[in-house]
Design a protein around this ligand. Structure first.
Ligand SMILES: Cc1ncc(COP(=O)(O)O)c(C=O)c1O
Length: 464
């Protein structure tokens, strides 16, 4: 690895001052950030699956830039595609004009998704993709003559992004409660959260009450629903909560029976994270709208997309005077750089040999690495799917009792891992392991060792 020299002490102090004095970090309690000792790394370069901080320290990025750098931090083919696109043009609006990379990418996504998901609408982030899907779903109902179908059915512990529409359908109290007065009302069903089953069931007594609740909600509210929105297979940031077998199939089948369109938010689980380009490929049924982001460009530049069925797209066609236009689009919608990056990323992610290796080697090895961690003190559950795992830390493993929130147990594991050269992220006391899909065997071994040692360190501390 061609590492740059650490920055001079003076330059480090200057940057640290700016970071502390001028920058407001997202989803970060700034007081706690400023109090971290040693202070959080300030990244100046990256190579492979590693980040390099200004003082020269290196970190295996097991959070891969918040789950988006599917091919590591510096995927050469994707960077080359962006550089080549920069030589042609960096930006041209899609509002009323076309451009080559966007047309190519829309065609490629439609080809990969297969009929009837034949149309792609681009956006800039996962949150915006969700906004787009919600607006399309509602406007589709308006065009069908059902303006009263304006509600959405969503899951508890769902996370769909942090713009207001996405927050409305989100169900994570910690992230969303403050904003409730600003949000539109949503029909919500309890999540299929087996570790803390809302119906207090055990695996032996489970009769998929969670799927039953979703079916009942569809039955009761179908007449007023614009769509059901769900993160398929795993609820991501809300707790890396895998859905029990048959949950998704039953939910989609029930939505179909009641004529309720289905939105899959595949922002976290798509683009290889679960072993396939689209998570719905595992299901054998397709949603009506699907949101993808994060790994779409392998995390090199921001871009997201919503794929829509032919039927939905067709409902928006009409004369200019009919005003069936989809009134949405940002300045950078369908960024040429983003589209070029996505085309290059999909070339790798969609390659059959890459996918075979991912499903048959990388993902099984990842779960073999995680297996022994289940036995560690204070690990309540290790859960997830594909290359996405969460380790829920608890004070009492039998009672599944949480640590006091203010103790920041999850964060203390993150700090302990940082000392050992691995970058992790925790949401509360859920320690996340969401590494690049290109994780090498020695890096996987390092991740396993560091997770184990860091959790043990913190568990030792927590005895008191
Ligand atoms: C399932 C899901 N939906 C939506 C989003 C929002 O995406 P973004 O952060 O790109 O706005 C995320 C982000 O983590 C996500 O995991």
């Amino acid at each position: 690895m061609n590492e740059p020299a650490p920055l001079s002490e003076g330059e480090q102090r200057r940057l640290r001052g700016l970071d502390a004095g001028a920058l407001w970090h997202p989803f970060t309690q700034m007081q706690a950030y400023l109090d971290d000792d040693p202070p959080p790394p300030l990244i100046v370069s990256a190579e492979g699956n590693w980040l390099v901080a200004m003082d020269g320290s290196r970190y295996l990025d097991a959070n891969c830039g918040y789950w988006c750098q599917a091919l590591g931090a510096r995927p050469a083919a994707v960077e080359r595609a962006v550089a080549a696109q920069l030589q042609r043009f960096s930006h041209s609006t899609l509002l009323g004009l076309g451009h080559a990379p966007a047309a190519e990418l829309a065609g490629r996504l439609a080809e990969l998704a297969g009929e009837p998901l034949a149309h792609a609408f681009f956006a800039d982030s996962g949150s915006e993709a969700v906004e787009v899907a919600l607006k399309i779903a509602y406007q589709y109902q308006v065009h069908r003559g059902h303006p009263e179908r304006s509600r959405f059915l969503a899951l508890g512990e769902a996370y769909h992004g942090d713009t207001l529409g996405a927050v409305s359908v989100g169900g994570v109290e910690l992230f969303h409660a403050t904003y409730r007065p600003l949000l539109f009302p949503v029909e919500r069903v309890p999540p299929p959260y087996c570790f803390r089953c809302p119906w207090k069931k055990k695996p032996e007594s489970c009769a998929l009450e969670c799927a039953g609740a979703l079916e009942a909600a569809l039955e009761q509210h179908a007449h007023e629903l614009a769509a059901l929105i769900v993160e398929p297979f795993v609820l991501g940031p809300g707790g890396v909560i895998p859905q029990p077998r048959d949950y998704l199939a039953r939910s989609v089948a029930a939505a179909r029976r009641h004529g309720v369109p289905v939105i899959f938010d595949e922002v976290a689980v798509g683009m290889g994270r679960l072993g396939r380009i689209f998570a719905f490929e595992e299901l054998g049924a397709k949603p009506d709208l699907v949101c993808v982001a994060k790994g779409l460009t392998a995390g090199v530049v921001p871009l997201s997309a919503v794929l829509a069925t032919r039927e939905i797209y067709a409902a928006f066609l009409g004369t200019f005077g009919e005003r069936k236009t989809f009134f949405h689009g940002h300045t950078f919608t369908g960024s040429a750089l983003g589209c070029a990056a996505a085309l290059a990323a999909l070339e790798i992610l969609g390659e059959p040999e890459f996918q075979r290796r991912l499903r048959e080697e990388t993902i099984p090895a990842f779960w073999r690495m995680l297996e022994p961690l289940r036995e560690l003190p204070h690990v309540g559950e290790v859960r997830g799917r594909g290359m996405m795992a969460g380790l829920e830390l608890v004070r009492d493993q039998v009672a599944r009792e949480a640590f006091p929130w203010a103790r920041r147990t999850g964060h203390r594991v993150v700090l302990a891992a940082r000392k050992r050269g691995v970058n992790l992220r925790a949401i509360g006391d859920l320690v996340l392991a969401v590494p690049p899909l290109t994780l090498k065997p020695d890096e996987l071994a390092l991740l396993g060792r560091v997770l184990g040692e860091s959790i043990r360190d913190v568990a030792e501390d927590s005895k008191t």
